[in-house]
Design a protein around this ligand. Structure first.
Ligand code: C2E
Ligand code: MG
Ligand code: MG
Ligand code: MG
Length: 292
């Protein structure tokens, strides 16, 4: 009876697995075709400084346009890309290049600010990364001093000494380095101490429940102190509400990114957003002197 049961489980498991594999093959084929046809492009999400209400940076986020004109976010394809060394490299290059060719248009709408591009750990640690990166800067010299790269803690930087070395060379080109999804990865504090970072991005996990969680408030306050002491900027991700923004500012996190400011936008919609953007007055009420 035990044997029969096992056999039954196996039979129902295999089609499910095959379905999954079919799906991954389908996604893989679509990504390759999209990369060939230039259908993966950067959208942009602004970061603002609560103290001034000004846009201080943009994060470039990949969007895939299907042949029938739909726009797909990375949730659908990023796992498949990250599992394939060739694809993660092609995505990185497509995004860096996509940002490079859009800089004049960003300048034209008044967004002369740093633009962050996400780079997969696997690409960063690959032997060809440095040559790729230097080749890109040679083709788009205007990216120097303008782009930042984001590496996520969630993907293991298993070779920390090597990551440190590669990032140090990136820094030597005047390019900033952000540690993304800070607090969700393996040994966050060690990463903060060992990597040549210019910026730390506090993960949405610490922002979401901030108003109700004194624990998260305590952690955020201590990250503020650590970042300040190490000379790194700190940006909070996933800032969705007025309350998040107000509380973050009061805790000392003055750079914010999230739906409360804007969703990621295609370049064509960014100009209108910039001219409409006005920070709600209550977001930095904590910064104003109390009137007598
Ligand atoms: P990430 O780098 O941490 O980017 C932030 C994600 O949170 C983005 O999702 C963004 O749209 C979303 N987000 C922004 N504000 C809010 C908010 O207020 N609330 C919520 N719930 N979400 C918010 P997206 O664009 O779907 O990207 C997901 C992840 O895919 C990124 O996370 C990043 O790890 C990866 N990714 C995106 N573009 C690229 C890329 O060009 N290269 C690589 N290697 N990875 C990328
Ligand atoms: Mg990111
Ligand atoms: Mg992030
Ligand atoms: Mg994140």
């Amino acid at each position: 009876a035990v044997k029969q049961e096992g056999g039954h489980q196996l039979r129902s498991y295999v089609p499910e697995l095959e379905e999954k594999l079919d799906h991954r093959r389908e996604v893989h084929a679509e990504i390759e075709q999209a990369l060939d046809e230039g259908r993966i492009e950067p959208w942009f999400q602004p970061q603002v400084d609560l103290l001034t209400g000004e846009v201080v940076g943009l994060e470039a986020l990949a969007r895939l346009r299907t042949v029938d004109g739909r726009v797909i976010a990375p949730g659908w394809f990023i796992d498949v890309i990250e599992a394939d060394a060739t694809l993660i490299r092609r995505l990185g290059l497509a995004m860096l290049n996509g940002v490079g060719i859009r800089l004049p248009q960003l300048d034209a709408i008044g967004l002369k600010v740093p633009v962050a591009v996400n780079i997969g750990a696997r690409h960063l640690l690959a032997p060809g990364f440095q040559a790729d990166f230097e080749g890109l800067l040679a083709r788009h010299p205007q990216l120097t001093g303008r782009i930042e790269i984001e590496i996520t803690e969630a993907q293991s930087l298993h070779d920390l000494p090597r990551a440190k070395d590669v990032l140090q060379r990136v820094r030597e080109h005047g390019v900033g380095v952000a540690l993304d999804d800070f607090g969700t990865g393996y040994s966050s504090v060690a990463n903060m101490r060992n990597l040549p970072l210019t910026l730390v991005k506090l993960d949405q996990d610490f922002v979401r429940d901030l108003p109700a969680s004194v624990e998260d408030q305590a952690i955020v306050s201590s990250v503020v102190v650590a970042a300040r002491g190490l000379g790194m900027r700190l940006v909070a991700e996933g800032v969705e509400t007025d309350e998040h923004a107000e509380l973050l500012g009061a805790l000392g996190v003055t750079l914010v990114q999230g739906y409360a400011i804007s969703r990621p936008l295609p370049l064509a919609e960014l100009g209108r957003w910039v001219s409409d953007w006005q920070q709600p007055a209550n977001w930095c009420s904590w910064a104003r002197p109390i009137s007598p």
